[in-house]
Design a protein around this ligand. Structure first.
Ligand SMILES: Cc1cc2nc3c(=O)[nH]c(=O)nc-3n(C[C@H](O)[C@H](O)[C@H](O)COP(=O)(O)O)c2cc1C
Length: 400
């Protein structure tokens, strides 16, 4: 490790630190090596059946099944033995929130907070719902979701289909909280872009009570003009205004403001990323989520003419490089959530070593199945021990 990366590490551990006192670390049952084998019951039996269905139908069926199974004692029993939810190596504090493990569900899977309890049962350390817009909206015309199995990728142009902020707030109020729940905010498609800020503020007012952290999503490629909000000075105006609203709500309710993150695209160049860093530090915000899907088609063997955002394997390297750039540019002082192409513990570890304090995933669940969070967490424990780290926060940014 170079001297500069060592000093970055010290700064990073100042805000991302173990939440538990160092205690004897229990063994992880059945995990002697990182799980890298590609065959599983899901891949052999379940995935071929699911992949016979239209992708969006399969998604709705999965969400429905999860909501039905979540309260079932059998699922609770099965998953309880499998999730290393509170392992001392993995439990971490970021922005004053306790995360039992650093592996979260990315926005878009549970847009309207239908199955939060089930995702907790699968072993996720945090769950991000949304993108939620102030008013409900149906999204883009069908078909709008495409699998690309040859590249383990997905293309989507969903267009923020969701039940709206009021319905999501009501649903989240009824959820029993075990892990942090983030709310990812967006603007309605028919709101003029120069009024977008009103939508973010309105959605925040609805969801302030129920979100442990808040994400301003300016990076979805499927809402026309949205990504233009990432440019300076629009980003400065938008984020300052949402942060002011956050502070006002905090004052009214006499509690600390919600940690506020911005979610960015993987296609920003160095100059644009420098602008993002400057804005995020000056507003100030609490962290950056990197990254959303890409309109690029690099690494894709079919479906290259299909419009929408690309996720999964072809995105992995690109999003990791963005995480690395942000970590270096913020000198390790700003929490970064790494997302894009995580299919294994090694992929998650790569993002953490590049500077991510937390990671999220979506497409990996589609291709490798519901035990992925469990496999990543157990694999991470093995990798951290192998490399002599006493806690996950020590690995953050070590591969700068
Ligand atoms: C079908 C689909 C819908 C998505 N919807 C949203 C969304 O509403 N808001 C958002 O911020 N990101 C959304 N995303 C992006 C994911 O949160 C994530 O940033 C991206 O897919 C990269 O991660 P992955 O490669 O693990 O899927 C969506 C992704 C997919 C595949």
């Amino acid at each position: 490790m170079s001297p500069s990366s060592r000093s970055l590490k010290r700064q990073a551990t100042a805000w991302s630190k173990p939440s538990n006192k160092r205690v004897a670390i229990p063994p992880v049952l059945g995990v002697n090596t990182v799980e890298t084998h590609r065959l599983s019951v899901y891949r052999l039996l379940i995935r071929p059946l699911i992949f016979r269905l239209d992708p969006e139908r399969a998604h709705h069926l999965t969400l429905w099944l999860l909501t039905q199974l979540a309260p079932a004692p059998f699922l609770q029993w099965l998953m309880a033995g499998r999730r290393p939810l509170a392992h001392p190596l993995l439990g971490t504090e970021v922005c004053g929130l306790h995360f039992p493990n650093p592996v979260g569900l990315a926005a878009g899977f549970d847009k309207s907070a239908m199955a939060v309890a089930a995702f907790h049962a699968l072993g996720f350390g945090f769950i991000e719902v949304g993108t939620v817009t102030p008013r409900p909206q149906v999204g883009n015309p069908l078909p709008r979701l495409f699998r690309v199995p040859a590249d383990e990728a997905v293309i989507n142009r969903m267009g923020f289909n969701n039940d709206g902020a009021a319905a999501v707030a009501q649903r989240l109020r009824a959820v029993r909280r075990h892990v942090p729940i983030g709310v990812n905010l967006g603007t309605n498609a028919d709101t003029p872009r120069d009024h977008a800020v009103d939508d973010y503020r309105l959605a925040l007012q609805w969801l302030y009570d129920v979100g442990d952290y808040v994400v301003v999503n300016v990076s979805s490629p499927n809402t026309p003009g949205l990504r233009d909000l990432q440019a300076f000075p629009k980003l400065q105006e938008l984020l300052s205004s949402v942060q002011a609203c956050n502070q006002r709500l905090a004052q009214q309710q006499q509690r600390p403001p919600r940690p506020l993150f911005v979610k960015i695209a993987p296609d920003l160049g160095p100059r644009e990323l420098d602008d993002v860093i400057e804005v995020v530090q000056s507003v100030p915000l609490d962290g950056i989520i990197a990254t959303n899907t890409t309109p690029g088609r690099e690494g894709l063997s079919t479906h290259t003419a299909e419009a929408g955002g690309l996720s999964g394997h072809p995105l992995r390297q690109q999003s990791t490089e963005i995480v690395r750039y942000l970590y270096a540019g913020t000198r390790g002082r700003m929490p970064i959530v790494g997302v894009g192409g995580i299919f294994s513990a090694e992929d998650a570890y790569e993002k953490i070593r590049a500077g991510a304090s937390l990671v999220q995933l979506y497409t990996g669940l589609i291709y490798t199945g519901p035990t992925l969070p469990h496999r990543i967490n157990t694999g991470l424990i093995h990798l951290l021990r192998r490399d002599g780290f006493a806690h996950v926060s020590e690995a953050v940014g070590c591969a700068l």
